[in-house]
Design a protein around this ligand. Structure first.
Ligand SMILES: [Zn+2]
Length: 341
């Protein structure tokens, strides 16, 4: 009997012990689950904090630097970045100051002036150089140039021949003088614009100024006699029958001792400085394009299309560019009083 009771007690004790162990295990499991949840929450919060810090570091190192000023933008721009980065938030916050919005607005206002400023454009909308257009465009441009302040330098480039009048012809390639005159004149115009001059070309395409040669010359004379230009330069190509060896550039003017003679000598000097031209003398001639202009004037015969070497290089864009730069330098030197005579 005693033995039976003892065994039952032991059984109950063991059973109770097991219950206690089971309860303890359940308790432990609950505690572990709670700890695990807390740890996960802490890790998540830490991860969000690290992400937030990384976003700020990346933003600070890149897009917050204004390229123009090299200074950081106001700290409000962080807000703008975060608003942009989180699409669930409204993109426009009516309470936010304008500085908190994208940095492009700041950069655009700093960059745009450099895009507007051009060596061939002015703030009042008249380009310094205009080289393509109809005869109507030429006349419209002439009227525009009349509206410029008297302090501006305006150069007349008379582009020889054109349209029905091709001028002389290349001995080897049949290239027309009219075409080469326009190509060289356009380059001179752009070079002069870079120096701050306004330029009028008497033609900006392959056409004559009028329907007949006499009317064409009369129209050129009318423009040349306007009291508008600081100087007048006619561009032509030369030719000589019977002697293909004669080559080189020649500058003509009306009479010795005139401003035109000074302009011609100064342009020739600039051409000598930039090309293999060795000629030092200019030529006088009773020619309309140097006799009639009100402004100091010269006629430049750029080379001989009756000479193979001249004919070849006058068609070379690189040589045309050098020649145009030299002529523009000469005109600029003359206008600046840096003359050769
Ligand atoms: Zn000619």
């Amino acid at each position: 009997m005693f033995e039976a009771i003892y065994r039952l007690g032991m059984y109950m004790k063991e059973d109770g012990f097991m219950d206690n162990r089971h309860n303890a295990n359940r308790k432990n499991n609950k505690q572990q689950e709670t700890i695990r949840r807390i740890l996960l929450s802490v890790i998540f919060i830490l991860a969000m904090c690290i992400l937030f810090v990384l976003i700020i570091i990346i933003k600070n190192n890149s897009s917050c630097i204004s390229p123009a000023s090299n200074k950081p933008l106001p700290s409000d721009s962080y807000i703008g970045f975060i608003i942009t980065a989180l699409p669930t938030q409204p993109l426009e916050d009516p309470t936010a100051p304008p500085e908190s919005y994208p940095t492009e607005a700041v950069n655009t206002s700093e960059v745009s002036p450099t895009e507007v400023v051009s060596p061939t454009a002015t703030s009042i909308g008249i380009p310094r150089s205009l080289t393509v257009g109809t005869m109507e465009d030429v006349l419209n441009r002439l009227e525009e140039l009349k509206t410029l302040n008297s302090g501006e330098r305006i150069i007349l480039i008379d582009v020889g021949h054109g349209g029905f009048d091709g001028g002389t012809v290349g001995i080897d390639t049949n290239v027309t003088e009219a075409r080469l005159n326009l190509e060289v004149a356009r380059r001179i115009s752009d070079k002069l614009a870079e120096k701050g001059c306004y330029v009028l070309l008497t033609r900006m395409g392959d056409y004559a100024l009028a329907k007949s040669k006499n009317a064409d010359m009369a129209e050129r004379k009318r423009i040349m006699q306007l009291d508008l230009f600081d100087c007048c330069v006619s561009i032509h190509m030369n030719a000589l029958d019977g002697d293909r060896s004669v080559r080189g550039l020649r500058c003509y003017h009306y009479k010795n001792g005139t401003e035109g003679a000074k302009l011609a000598a100064t342009v020739l000097k600039a051409v000598r400085d930039m090309t293999d031209e060795t000629r030092t003398n200019t030529y006088t001639g009773n020619i309309m394009v140097v006799r009639e202009p009100v402004a100091p004037s010269t006629l430049i015969e750029c080379g001989f299309l009756s000479n193979s070497q001249d004919e070849m290089r006058l068609q070379d864009p690189a040589y045309q560019d050098v020649l145009a730069q030299a002529i523009a330098n000469g005109i600029d030197n003359y206008l600046n009083g840096n003359t050769t005579y």
